[in-house]
Design a protein around this ligand. Structure first.
Ligand SMILES: [Ca+2]
Length: 269
């Protein structure tokens, strides 16, 4: 990845806390029966029989994500679905109070790869990706996977793994150059590179903010609270468990109600 990119990535190996379940029956769960990465993936169905029920309508929806300048959704899926009918997963994007169905992976839908395979015997993992249009930097959005089945026939269903949203953010440079910036922007990192402690300077902001330190893979390393009006937050290069982080590049990201900003921190030995 390029420095300055932000990633939301969920390999389903650390539980379901990035997602909220809704609908019925409530059968979305992390399974260890199949996985694209590691040992776990999302699955809608009954684990003991590996079959989804008829007349299902249930979804998982992600935590709120913050758009950058360019945003791309990727995930891997595995499917076994009935040839006829309307069973499958809708991919839905939520932003600005609107819901936009961008894909249907199911009977009569997007199951055309490889085209020579009958629909209900294909059993490989397939990668899906799409540029997300219509988002401005700072927009909040959510990703939903909604499983739906009709009243006829059933099969094993759909597994989803390695869900990633890549968001490229504008470069932030300059010290004290506050004019034109969104409140809460990372204005400067002092010192940078850093050996002991870095002060993250930001433009004045009216509300309390949470500043996340992420490693280059997009994993959250530490959360720092910035009270309303604070102009800087310090990070002592420790992770959430109080351990000194490894040398390398880290991203300081501020999440507010409607904006986000990122600064690159270089941690030395
Ligand atoms: Ca996995």
């Amino acid at each position: 990845m390029n420095v300055g990119d932000l990633w939301f990535t969920d390999d389903c190996e650390a539980g379901d806390t990035n997602w909220t379940r809704s609908g019925s029956p409530d059968l979305w769960h992390i399974t260890s029966y199949r996985a694209h990465s590691g040992a776990h993936s999302w699955y809608f169905g009954v684990d003991s029989t590996h079959v989804y029920p008829r007349n299902a309508d249930a979804a998982i929806t992600s935590v709120s994500l913050t758009a950058g300048e360019e945003n791309e959704l990727r995930f891997w899926y595995w499917y076994d679905l009935t040839t006829y009918g309307s069973d499958g997963v809708y991919v839905i994007l939520h932003a600005g109070g609107a819901a936009d169905t961008v894909e249907f992976i199911g009977s009569g839908g997007a199951l055309n790869y490889p085209p020579e395979e009958p629909l209900n015997i294909y059993s490989g993992w397939v990668e899906w990706s799409m540029d997300i249009a219509g988002l401005a930097p700072g927009d909040a959005f959510q990703v939903e996977f909604a499983f739906s089945s009709d009243g006829d026939d059933e099969a094993e269903g759909v597994y989803i793994d390695d869900i990633t949203v890549r968001s490229r953010t504008p470069e932030k440079t300059g010290v004290g150059d506050v004019a034109g910036r969104t409140p809460g922007d990372v204005v400067a990192l002092l010192p940078n590179p850093v050996r002991d402690e870095v002060r993250i300077l930001m433009a004045p902001h009216a509300a309390a903010l949470v500043l996340g330190i992420y490693d280059i893979e997009g994993r959250l390393v530490k959360e720092l609270a910035a009270p309303a009006g604070a102009r800087s937050v310090s990070w002592n290069l420790e992770d959430g468990g109080g351990r000194r982080v490894a040398p390398g590049i880290y991203l300081a990201r501020i999440n507010g109600d409607a904006y986000s900003s990122t600064g690159k921190i270089v941690v030395l030995r």
